[in-house]
Structures are given as C-alpha cells and as structure tokens.
Design a protein around this ligand. Structure first.
Ligand code: PLP
Length: 386
C-alpha cells in the first residue's frame, strides 16, 4: 500500500488544505488540474524520465557501507541522492515543475530559497528550459550564502532580497507568494518542499517518489528474504526527501523514521497551526506567533514541516526523532572518515540518529536517504573541526 493521495480539498488527515488569499485559489486549482493531467500522461512522464536520466544522472546508486556498518554494528545502506546533478534530491522536483510550467504556457519561474540549494536547482532548470527565473532569498541568508547567490546569477536568475521579518526563509516564501499573486498569468511558483497550499505537498511528493521506487527495487535486488530494510530514515526540513524515500516503503514492515534538528523540531516541539497555505505542526510561541528555527544546517532551518508528515506522525505511521548540532557534526566526520563520502549537514542528521540509537538498532538493516553532498558545508565545518 503506497502513501494515500490527499482528499479533494488537499487534506492528509486533519492537516494540509489550501489557506490562501482569494486571488490565489484559481491559480492553485489550475495547477492541480494541470499536474493531475500531466502526471497521467505517458508523454509527460517519458520526457521527465528522460531528463532525470540524461541530465540529472538517475537512477542514483544504492551504496552498502561496510566500514561504517562494522563501526556502528548496524547495516547501513545509502540512497545516493548526493550524486544527482546540483548535488541533492532537489533536482527531481524542479525538473518536474519546470516541465509542467512550460506545458501550462508559463514563461517564468519564481522560487524561494533558504540556504540557496533550491534556488540553484530552480535556476538550473530555468536555464535548461530557457525560462526566466526570479529567486527570493532572505537578506540575512544572502550574506551567509554568497556563493549560492553568485551561482544563481551565473545561471541567469535574478536574486531578490526579502527584507521583511527575520529576513530568512519564511520571509522569502512570503515574498515569492506575493510575486506569484501579481504575475500568475505568466509565472509558475516553483515551491521547494512538500509544503504550502494544495496541490504542492502532493505534487512535490509525487515528483520525489522516484527516490523510493528506485530504492525499493535496489533493496529487493540486494537483500535476501523479503528484500526490505528494517528501517528507512531521512532528515526532515519541509520533508520532501523523506517523503520521497518513505513512499517506496509505506505499508511494508519497514519502520519509517524522520529526523529533525532539535532547534527546528516541528513534530517534537511544535503545535498545530496554519502557515504558508496549509495546516501542519509548527514552532510557535504561546501567542501563536511563528518562532524562528535554528540549526547548524541552513537547509533545515524551517519552523514548520510538510502536512503529510504531521499526519504520518499523528497517525503513528512514521516516527520523528531529534538530534542536536554536536551529534550532527560527529556524524558528518564519521561518514567522511569511514566511507569517503562527505555528506551534507542535512542528511548527517539522520546518520546522527542511527549512531545515537545504535544499540537499539544492532544487527538491523537501515536505509538512509543521503539527500545531498557536503561540498557546500566544508568551510563551515572547518571552523568547527579544523
Ligand atoms: C533542502 C535540503 C533538505 C531539506 O529539504 P526537505 O524538503 O526536508 O528534503 C535536505 N537535504 C538537502 C541536501 C537539502 O538540500
């Protein structure tokens, strides 16, 4: 049994929905209809599959980690999304949305970005398809992530600073939505995770199911018995890479475990609320004001979580763990030293959880979605470890 589709009004259990200004309702409905139609069109699927193969480098390999497994006493398998073009899973989503936007007759993409990874991926897809691209980024993040700002400009995108609020990711999302409201005739909003109003959480999930589908086949070919790992784990910011790999194993005996940063633990410390167009768990103060998330990895600095994860957590279909920055830094070094793979700090969260819980996991097989590579993080880690 794969993951359920949302209800017709975009709900996963009590979460999700479409909480947007009146002016955006028709745009969301047009997008939902266009995606549903494209997703069931073999020609669209074939074009996307072709780009994922010849441009992004799919299928991504499954790597058995012998030295790491010996050190932890847990058999660890890595799904290598770090080897995709642009260095993470994000390319799966943006290629799909860019192709869809072109099919809908749109000439321009807008996107939000925090650390810059989704902005770079969107600018990449726009360059490939010859579309205009505007990326909103918090002014604080622009200063922290200069290199990604330069990359986006090199790829032909315009980068605009979000100057409101804390001038970080959540403010960039607000600005991108405002832009979309004003330009919806010509513009598609390429949202970067399984969040926002319906149909985004569903659409972005579907575009990442390729991760789980491949991993399920790769595990079946590699493992004996029923061909399943005991546990499937991934880091959770908005939750797109996690839902992508979970989708291949939902309804099986494999246990699904999402790992959040302790400083941005929407499931661990949040409460139900509405932000950025949907209802989910989010970090908020006693007055219901959204609180800032804080973690060592900018890619997980989001105070909310995708609504489907809130549903999976509330229904007991997946479990969510929290790790702190120190555990993440240790995991970052551990994978580098034992396997010759420098991970992004985001998936290092999932490894940090395996490492901390290794006694409970002893002898079991754990599939970890390695959502991205660590090149972007080495300078920061040099300060901590060097
Ligand atoms: C953006 C990013 C994430 C967080 O996004 P999700 O939607 O939670 O997957 C995780 N890992 C990497 C490498 C990223 O770039």
């Amino acid at each position: 049994m794969p993951l359920d589709p949302p209800t017709s009004d975009g709900r996963f259990g009590e979460f999700g929905g479409r909480f947007v200004p009146e002016t955006l309702v028709p745009a969301c409905m047009e997008l939902e209809a266009a995606f549903a139609e494209a997703w069931s069109d073999p020609a669209f699927r074939a074009e996307l599959d072709g780009l994922l193969r010849d441009y992004a480098g799919r299928p991504s390999p499954l790597t058995v980690c012998d030295r790491l497994s010996t050190e932890l006493g847990v058999q660890v398998l890595l799904k290598r999304e770090d080897l995709n073009h642009t260095g993470s899973h994000k390319i799966n989503n943006v290629l799909g949305q860019a192709l869809l936007a072109r099919r809908m007759g749109k000439e321009r993409l807008v996107a939000e970005t925090g650390a810059g990874q989704h902005g770079v991926a969107t600018a990449t897809a726009a360059a490939l398809l010859g579309m205009a691209c505007t990326v909103y980024m918090g002014e604080v993040d622009m200063r922290r992530q200069e290199l990604n700002v330069f990359r986006m400009r090199l790829l032909g995108a315009e980068v605009r600073a979000a100057m409101s609020g804390s001038r970080t990711l959540k403010d960039a999302i607000n600005e991108a939505m405002r832009d979309w409201v004003a330009t919806v005739e010509s513009t598609h909003y390429c949202l970067g995770s399984v969040m926002g109003p319906h149909p985004y959480p569903w659409m972005v999930r579907e575009l990442h199911t390729v991760i789980g589908t491949e991993a399920r086949e790769q595990c079946a070919a590699l493992l004996g018995g029923d061909g399943l790992p005991d546990v499937v784990t991934a880091c959770v910011g908005g939750g797109s890479n996690a839902i992508g790999i979970f989708s291949g194993f939902a309804g099986t005996r494999a246990e699904l475990v999402g790992v959040e940063p302790a400083g941005g633990a929407a499931v661990g410390r949040g409460a139900p609320g509405v932000v950025h167009g949907s209802k989910s768990f989010l970090l908020q103060d006693e007055w219901g004001q959204v609180q800032e998330a804080e973690s060592i990895s900018a890619g997980l600095d989001y105070p909310g979580i995708g609504p489907e994860h809130a549903h999976l957590a509330a229904a007991g279909l997946a479990r969510y763990e929290q790790v702190d920055d120190r555990e993440v830094i240790e995991a970052f070094a551990l994978l580098s030293r034992t396997e010759g793979i420098i991970p992004a700090l985001e998936p290092a969260h999932a490894l940090a959880w395996i490492s901390r819980d290794r006694e409970a996991l002893a002898g079991r097989t754990v599939l970890l979605n390695l959502s991205g590579r660590g090149d972007k993080d080495v300078a920061q880690m040099m300060e901590h470890l060097g």
